[in-house]
Design a protein around this ligand. Sequence first.
Ligand SMILES: Cc1ncc(COP(=O)(O)O)c(C=O)c1O
Length: 357
Amino acid sequence: MGACLSRCNVRSPEEVPGLSNSAGYTIQENAIENQSRLMQIEERHTSGAYRKRPLVIVRGLGVKVIDTEGREYLDMTSGQGVALLGHSHPAVIQAINKQASRLVTCPQIFFNDQRAALYEELVTHLPKGFDRFILCNSGAEAVEGAIKLARLVTGRPGIIAMKHGFHGRTLGALSATWEPRYRRPFEPLLPGFQHIPFNDTGAAEEMIDDQTAAVLLEVVQGESGVHLAEGSYLRKLRELCHARGALLIFDEIQTGLGRTGSWFAFQHEGVIPDVMCLGKGIAGGLPMGVVAWRGELGILQPGSHGTTLGGNPLACATARATLQVLKEERLPERAKQVGEKFLDRLRRRSHPMVRED
Ligand SMILES: Cc1ncc(COP(=O)(O)O)c(C=O)c1O
């Protein structure tokens, strides 16, 4: 993240509205002391799984994040793909406040107004027929759900994923993730997973068979550079899955909700999957993952899947607010315009760190 946070003009803490109040302590008096104390505490207790950057972020405002000393940075990570609306968007704040004072938790064995409204909203953004959902708490959990769904629907074990693909780090999702560095320490992973070269129609033709429950891929791979699936490849996968009885699952956790200039990345090529995984910023930064699928595939049996916190009213209300803003402010279109501008500039100015293969 360090490489992706770019330092803005430095303002003194008192110039940053509300910083000392919201952070809960007075920045001017003990900012540096606080910063190193907080870092030490985290270092003492962290799992060790994260390579930490020496920055204590205590606030976010739009495209900026602010550290304990009131220094502002442009958040070029957008919270690792989560801050779809920027930080502290008023609609997100309002939705959280309002729902927090009404009802935070409500297990899915009961019905809930916010969850029902979110389902209805989601249906309006998805391709026709996508009207069944698993609501969970993260991207990896959505991938787990999609894998289970595919095995249940098809009665087959096989999952074909892509070389260089990334789908998360829980054991099922990790089995679909390609990077050997992430996988090896935890092997043996789940049986039935194979990885084929991305954009290679011949390999897909060879590997998808009557034991394949699903082909799982990102439409834009983001782990090892930025690799776009070719339209002809997606069309071939669609055709093969259809012909051989396997499901086509698109992991749109990173690419969904406007980030590629359309609501979903698959819309650029018009190839519709059977199942889709969403996550990251869908609930304005509160934890949420979603599996969406074409209802005609069927539904899960009671008890076959579940999660205590998934689909809680607080996350659902915040997701509704997030989707509303994306729609009302036409942010997918804006992403397209801004993206084109950036791409044009990147192409015109050569830089050793930027390369197009
Ligand atoms: C494409 C893709 N799938 C799955 C995941 C896992 O999501 P999470 O970190 O919420 O578990 C990520 C996370 O970066 C991702 O980029």
